[in-house]
Design a protein around this ligand. Sequence first.
Ligand code: 0CJ
Ligand code: F3S
Length: 308
Amino acid sequence: MQVILANPRGFCAGVERAIAIVERALEKFGAPIYVRHEVVHNKFVCDDLRSKGAVFIEDLSEVPSGSTVIFSAHGVSKAVRSEAEERGLKVFDATCPLVTKVHVEVGKMRNQTREVVMIGHKGHPEVEGTMGQSTGGMYLVETVEDVATLEVLNPESLSFVTQTTLSVDDATVVINALKQRFPEIQGPKKDDICYATQNRQDAVKALADVCDLVIVVGSQNSSNSRRLKEVAIARGVEGILIDGPDEIDEAWFSGKSRIGVTAGASAPEILVLQVVDRIKMSGLDPVPVVQFDGEKEGVSFPLPRELA
Ligand code: 0CJ
Ligand code: F3S
């Protein structure tokens, strides 16, 4: 048996920055630091921050007056931002700059009175934040079927944006359906899927082509991690999403010779190493571990000045 590690995998620049914001705020202001929503969708990361004094809440009404609150990497609606301001809360914004870029686009389009179609997953916090950049003129579609039944005010003045962590292949299908139904629709050159999502999906495709099983390290509520598992399955191999080594069942490896391992953008490398160790322990013979080559990233985002 052999273990093959995908590259790139794991933390993206937005996640590094979001976690650093919570850690620096804890160091500078002391516990508790309130965080609106899981700062990133990873159980291990959030448990660790909780142990250092972060308090995760879903609604700002849970934040006592005079406290510090951090917005999660997924971004917030304008209404949430105003509520924090009206309450005089001290805010640090851990929204990924690549999500903010989409928010800015939506703002520009709405200022030109264009209506905006967002392609994304209903109920996801990033979708709520981006849809909440305008109080009207926004539509959410998830599938080609949604596009078929979509009614807009003026098809000649329509734009689209996407969630940053979609499946690149699924998004292309929905965008093509939008362009067919609304030929005048305007949008980004391709989509708003971020570099990290794109690169991790490409890496999983390369991995799936040579493996009989792909293990994705990430939490179940992490959209980009779920997409990695789906990409592997769509490529014809078994894909399993796990939080860490404790979920591994050695029966998965029976009859398998090449096990691929990758991690979602919010999953720490330490968990990948623990997963690899657990796989190695399951074999009678030594299990070699090889790294696949992939896109070099080298992206980083600066911290807010007060925390830098
Ligand atoms: O939405 C984002 C800006 C991605 C944040 C990093 O990943 P994660 O797992 O916290 O969030 P998704 O559920 O959006 O993948
Ligand atoms: Fe940002 Fe993409 Fe990561 S949107 S938080 S760089 S997954």
